[in-house]
Design a protein around this ligand. Structure first.
Ligand code: C2E
Ligand code: MG
Ligand code: MG
Ligand code: MG
Length: 285
């Protein structure tokens, strides 16, 4: 197979690349025609306070089961939806679904929701997100929007405006997958962020790899300096947790505590924890 480059040259690409491209096209085509409300759902991953082991919030994660393709992971379909612009519609549906669930959680539990670069690319898109929240009646201060480094670096000025709009609305903003992109510390300093999510790739073998340890250590120092909350993602083992605890990490997320949960299991978890708190309050009286 041959592909024309911008300069008019020809590049040959191999069978594996051709296969990737045709899969991309297939997913894109099916996604454009998909019934989002029927085929997509959310799971909720607990975000945990290390000191108490309690769930303080959930990150909503998209799941898609297509009648023709079967299960497609968000790692695959979100970038494709982003590429085609379909993401704007998907975000609106998923956010409404997440808010409908979050309404049933105890008042102190927050919702963390992922936004794509496209979602914050124009003020109109941001206003649409705000109107979905307003229609739900859910308190915007209990929402935390996760934005990746890539979204910020693509168009910094616009990203900054969008983040300001959402902050003004009352919501928090996390910089997601921190450390994997190209955002300079300079960028981080200039944005009104609330939290930094340190990517799980730095946590793997943090107990045995000095390089990962040093990176996490310096990001934590930066967060402390800037008054930002740090959340460490992808905590899978007791050993990792113990190193992170010693470093002063207060909030984590990962398979060690919980896999992403179905909506009803998420409800059960926070209701049970709230019940426990109430019982302790009563017995203390
Ligand atoms: P993310 O926002 O960084 O989400 C965390 C991902 O790490 C999730 O994968 C989660 O299941 C996984 N994870 C959590 N704990 C662990 C752990 O201990 N070990 C390992 N190995 N993985 C862990 P998931 O659900 O496949 O999502 C992948 C990415 O897709 C997300 O990364 C996010 O960028 C994107 N995504 C998911 N849902 C949405 C959505 O509703 N909207 C947008 N725009 N993006 C989404
Ligand atoms: Mg995220
Ligand atoms: Mg992340
Ligand atoms: Mg990630």
């Amino acid at each position: 197979t041959a592909k024309r480059t911008q300069r008019g040259g020809i590049v040959l690409f191999n069978a594996a690349q051709a296969k990737t491209l045709s899969r991309h096209r297939e997913v894109e085509e099916v996604l454009m025609a998909a019934d989002i409300e029927k085929e997509m759902s959310l799971v909720f991953q607990p975000i945990v306070d290390v000191a108490t082991s309690r769930c303080v919030g959930f990150e909503a994660l998209a799941r898609w089961t297509s009648p023709t393709l079967g299960r497609v992971s968000p790692g695959e379909f979100i970038p494709i939806a982003e590429h085609s612009g379909r993401i704007v519609l998907i975000t609106r549906h998923l956010l409404a679904m997440a808010l409908a669930e979050a309404r049933g959680w105890p008042g102190e539990t927050f919702l963390s929701f992922n936004l794509s670069p496209h979602d914050i690319a124009t003020p109109e898109n941001v206003l649409r997100i705000i109107s979905v929240v307003e229609a739900s009646g859910f308190d915007p201060r209990r929402i935390n929007f996760e934005i990746t480094e890539t979204a910020v670096t693509r168009d910094f000025a616009q990203a900054a405006k969008s983040i300001e709009l959402l902050r003004h609305f009352g919501s928090g903003i996390s910089l997601d997958d921190f450390g994997t992109g190209y955002s300079s510390l300079n960028h981080v300093h200039k944005l009104p962020l609330s939290k930094i999510k340190i990517d799980g790739s730095f946590v793997a073998q943090i107990d045995s790899r000095p390089a990962s340890y040093k990176i996490v250590k310096s990001v934590l120092a930066m967060c402390e300096d800037m008054g930002l909350e740090a959340i460490v993602e992808g905590v899978e083992t007791e050993a990792e947790l113990s190193v992170l605890k010693d470093m002063g990490v207060e909030v984590v997320q990962g398979y060690h505590f919980s896999r992403p949960l179905e909506a009803s299991a998420a409800q059960d978890l926070v209701q049970a924890e709230a019940g426990e708190r109430d019982r302790r309050r009563v017995s203390a009286d």
